[in-house]
Design a protein around this ligand. Structure first.
Ligand SMILES: C[S@@+](CC[C@H](N)C(=O)[O-])C[C@H]1O[C@@H](n2cnc3c(N)ncnc32)[C@H](O)[C@@H]1O
Length: 197
């Protein structure tokens, strides 16, 4: 099973490296600023950002919209991609707060770092890591957000255990993701192209 997990991971890495470097070539799922607006992000805020901040957005909802972030809070963005949610969260928590984005795709982390710098944010950082072993202290986070990521993780309980480990008592988990209601066979689950295509 772990070999299958490695194959799934490689497929996901390849897929999102492409979304980081060539988002305009994406044909299979919606990416970019128009998708963000369709999912409920404020059009004025999206349009005010440099194109590089929004062009590789590939979320499936709006996790920040699920609960208001408060100034001073510490936010963790699991699978932060090119950093749109992290950038928006960093603006909401302000200089007394902090946002950490974690992503396993190096091209996404590089782009997110450039994006945060381009909009002048000092209260957000990006870490290159898998989210099934989050390099953070227990009970150190007020709000965990994530957008379109859990569905790509073969071991979802492990990721959720990690999310709850780093959350402070009373912290919030604000997830946007895709759910399949139909039955799937073990063969379909093992087929990596259904994860990364
Ligand atoms: C659909 S994109 C969403 C990116 C971002 N949340 C957004 O809304 O634009 C999925 C992201 O999750 C990351 N990812 C998938 N599985 C991961 C894992 N196990 N650990 C860390 N990052 C992961 C991918 O590298 C990719 O950047």
């Amino acid at each position: 099973m772990s070999e299958t997990h490695d194959e799934i991971r490689d497929g996901v890495l390849e897929r999102f490296t492409r979304t980081a470097v060539a988002p305009q070539q994406e044909e299979k799922f919606p990416v970019g600023p128009d998708s963000a607006k369709a999912l409920g992000y404020g059009a004025r805020e999206i349009d005010s950002l440099p194109p590089a901040v929004t062009e590789s957005f590939c979320g499936v909802g709006n996790p920040i919209g699920l609960g208001e972030l408060q100034p001073g809070e510490t936010v963790l963005d699991l699978g932060s991609g090119a950093g749109l949610d992290s950038v928006l969260a960093a603006r909401e928590v302000g200089l007394a707060g902090k946002v950490v984005g974690v992503d396993m795709t190096e091209a996404m982390v590089d782009k997110a770092r450039r994006n945060a710098k381009s909009v002048g944010l000092d209260n957000v950082e990006f870490v290159h890591s898998g989210i099934d072993a989050i390099p953070m202290e227990d009970e150190s986070i007020d709000v965990v957000i994530s957008n379109g990521v859990l569905n790509l993780c073969p071991d979802k309980p492990k990721v959720l255990r990690e999310a709850f480990r780093v959350l402070r008592p009373g912290g919030r988990l604000q997830l946007a993701d895709v759910l399949l209601h139909d039955d799937v066979t073990p063969e379909e689950v093992a087929e990596k192209s259904t994860w990364s295509d």
